[in-house]
Design a protein around this ligand. Structure first.
Ligand code: IVH
Length: 676
């Protein structure tokens, strides 16, 4: 490509990006998801890095956001409002920190402290205070100049109009995020697509009286221009902000070490849905202002801060059909079949619709155009639909009155705890009557956490079921291997392996056995409680003779819901037969009465890498049986790191650095055998 062609290609990309920016910053209506936006921006920056001549004043590496809209008076930021670089993975984060160490030429021994601040997805604003008085408020605009929205900002209760004079700097621009809480957004949901748009739209009302009607919030996190600010680090600055009457994010934390940043990230990402405001990542800022100063800026972002984004992306596609999936416990889950679309690097063709209440609430119909969100490993779901694009003859979704698999009546149960009708519709059949439920039960029976029959995957279960090889769990132990050997894709060796895997798992703990039955509401934890309570299979099986169920209520952790589920399990003849037949083929070990003076008492363990012939779940239960504990990260709290094949190098290195004992599988097992 010659220079001219390169320039043309480059400018085309910049034009597209500017259009995205305009929609995001000025119209408050993003037309692209974050991931694709970042990808395009990175492509442009890459081109600029490779071909210096491409850079211009309007380059995205120089400009931030988009020029302010015409409604409001423009005003320059005395200190530019910058953007932040992004990281998406632990690896990116390690690299970010490496760069800091290199730049500052720090030795590994010196720890950098960060403030981790959940990144609220709202609209940033800069508030100038002169001698403690709120003087002027600007939007971010293009980073260099913003819109004067002082009157609108003044309607927000969280924005103090006066800072107590005795400890406030002569002049300071306080910067933070204007946003709307999710619960308040619900009342505006028909006007705006998401809380961020609602905040932006409300803030940009021409008439401040209109803004006043919306319960906007403000959280402060940084400053721009300042005169007389006597603070040395972000931690103290955040403290000062609260003294001055600003709200700061209650989840802000002082942290050092990538491992700990990751732990905090995972914790917050896990709880993200429970927060009352939208966050799209975590901002890490080097705590010490001297270090911040030394690090300075690159292009339009500080070198001393980074945004660790959550992996969520959105895209628009069409709903082709609504299918019903049937789970192991009979739950009917409607699933939207969508026109395949790439969302953040993954092709998505299904989106869960959760249940029919959700479909009704959002009035989702076949043929609709929908915004689909994919976050982390969670199944994609539908955020909203565009009713304007709906065809006239589209029809409301009607939930099936009968199970699409077995024809039994479908029901919505009354939940005794919440005193409400369940949102989930279920197939009312019991035991192994419904084909789809049976298949799911069998998949569960052989799964990792249950019998853990290696090589017996979901596809094999489906195939063997269709071929009538297995209908009940006990059939797995009476398979006709000569028939299997003749099937397509099977041979002598694979059949031998399967036979061996099945044979190996005939020896099972009571706890795993109870779990593998797939009784509704009896997960791993409850199965453990039940196995401790009954101790032997015989006592557990006796439940079928209508022994006092109420006794189970004395088990700490077992409630009405679990007891009635167990009752209905034992009232079904299929289930009783399954128990009798499995008793014949399995060796179900009694529960070990646990004590607090086991061999591994007070010891903590972590496994990294693949172990040989023993699953992690099994190691975990071995440890617990012997009064030890497993933890999920290498930290000072860890006593033993058990390594298998291909361990995570970082974990091993860090453990060695902390002088934690690193042992292999044999050494671990020896620890248990010594006195047993
Ligand atoms: S610091 C120079 N802190 O993220 C530092 N920004 O992509 C730049 N944001 O425009 C800002 N929470 O709208 C900072 N705790 C936080 C933040 C935060 C949200 C937003 C802000 C900024 C954008 C940068």
């Amino acid at each position: 490509m010659n220079k001219k062609e390169l320039k043309k290609k480059y400018l085309e990309k910049v034009k597209i990006l500017n259009n995205y920016n305009k929609n995001y910053y000025v119209n408050s209506k993003p037309i692209i998801d974050d991931k694709n936006y970042d990808d395009l921006k990175n492509e442009i920056l890459d081109l600029e890095n490779k071909f210096e001549f491409l850079k211009s004043k309007s380059s995205p590496s120089v400009a931030v956001g988009h020029k302010p809209s015409k409604h409001f008076k423009k005003s320059p930021h005395r200190v530019p409002m910058l953007s932040l670089g992004n990281v998406f993975s632990e690896e990116d984060l390690v690299n970010f920190e490496k760069k800091l160490y290199n730049f500052l030429s720090l030795s590994k021994k010196e720890k950098i402290s960060y403030i981790a601040e959940p990144k609220i997805d709202g609209i940033s604003a800069s508030l100038t205070y002169k001698n403690g008085k709120f003087y002027k408020g600007l939007s971010r605009g293009d980073g260099k100049e913003g819109e004067d929205i002082t009157q609108n900002l003044a309607t927000i209760n969280d924005i103090p109009k006066n800072i107590p004079l005795e400890n406030c700097p002569e002049e300071i621009d306080i910067r933070g995020e204007v946003f709307i809480k999710n619960k308040d957004f619900k009342n505006l949901a028909d006007k705006f697509a998401n809380p961020r748009n609602a905040a932006s739209g409300s803030l940009r009302q021409k008439n401040p009286e209109e803004t006043k009607k919306i319960p906007l919030k403000f959280i402060a996190y940084t400053f721009g221009y300042e005169k007389g600010l006597m603070v040395n680090n972000q931690y103290d600055f955040l403290k000062k902000l609260t003294e001055w009457g600003f709200k700061t994010n209650p989840l802000n934390k002082l942290i050092s070490g990538v491992e700990n940043l990751m732990e905090n990230y995972k914790e917050i990402e896990k709880n993200r849905a429970n927060l009352d405001f939208d966050i799209d990542g975590i901002v890490y800022k080097v705590n010490n202002f001297d270090l911040q100063k030394r690090l300075g800026y690159v292009a339009n972002a500080p070198r001393w801060a980074i945004a660790h984004k959550f992996s969520s992306s959105k895209a628009v596609s069409k709903i082709l059909d609504i299918e019903i999936q049937i789970g192991r416990t009979g739950a009917l889950t409607p699933v939207a079949k969508i026109k395949p679309i790439n969302i953040g690097g993954v092709v998505v063709s299904n989106a869960t619709l959760h249940n029919e209440d959700e479909i009704n609430r959002k009035d989702i119909r076949v043929g609709d155009t929908a915004v689909i969100e994919r976050a982390g490993d969670v199944i994609p779901h539908i955020l909203s639909i565009d009713k304007q694009k709906r065809s006239r003859n589209s029809k409301k979704f009607i939930p099936p009155k009968n199970c699409p698999s077995c024809g039994s009546e479908t029901i919505k149960e009354f939940n005794k705890v919440t005193k409400k009708i369940d949102a989930v519709r279920r197939c009312s059949s019991e035991g192994y009557y419904c084909e789809k439920i049976s298949i799911e039960k069998l998949k569960h029976f052989v799964s990792k956490e249950a019998l853990n029959i290696e090589g017996f995957g979901k596809k094999i279960v489906e195939n063997f079921y269709k071929l009538n090889f297995i209908k009940f769990p006990q059939d797995i132990f009476n398979l006709d291997f000569t028939k299997i050997e003749n099937l397509d894709g099977w041979g002598k060796l694979s059949v031998q392996n399967l036979k061996y895997s099945i044979e190996q798992k005939k020896n099972i703990s009571l706890e795993k056995f109870i779990y593998s039955l797939g009784i509704r509401h009896i997960g791993l934890e409850n199965a453990k409680l039940l196995s401790k309570h009954f101790v032997s299979f015989t006592k557990f099986k006796n439940l079928s003779k209508q022994i006092d169920y109420e006794e189970m209520l004395n088990i700490d952790g077992i409630g009405d819901t679990q007891v009635s589920s167990i009752k209905s399990f034992f009232s079904n003849e299929d289930n009783k037969k399954v128990l009798n037949e499995l008793e014949k083929v399995l060796l179900i070990k009694d529960a070990i009465q646990s004590s607090d003076n086991g061999l591994l008492n007070n010891k903590t363990f972590l496994v990294t890498g693949k172990l040989n012939g023993i699953s992690r779940a099994e190691v975990k239960s071995l440890i617990e049986e012997n009064s030890g504990k497993t933890i999920s990260n290498v930290s000072k709290k860890l006593n033993f790191l058990i390594i298998g094949e291909k361990p995570t190098k970082k974990k091993v290195d860090y453990a060695k650095q902390l002088k934690i004992k690193v042992i292999d599988q044999t050494e671990f097992l020896k620890m248990l055998n010594k006195t047993s």
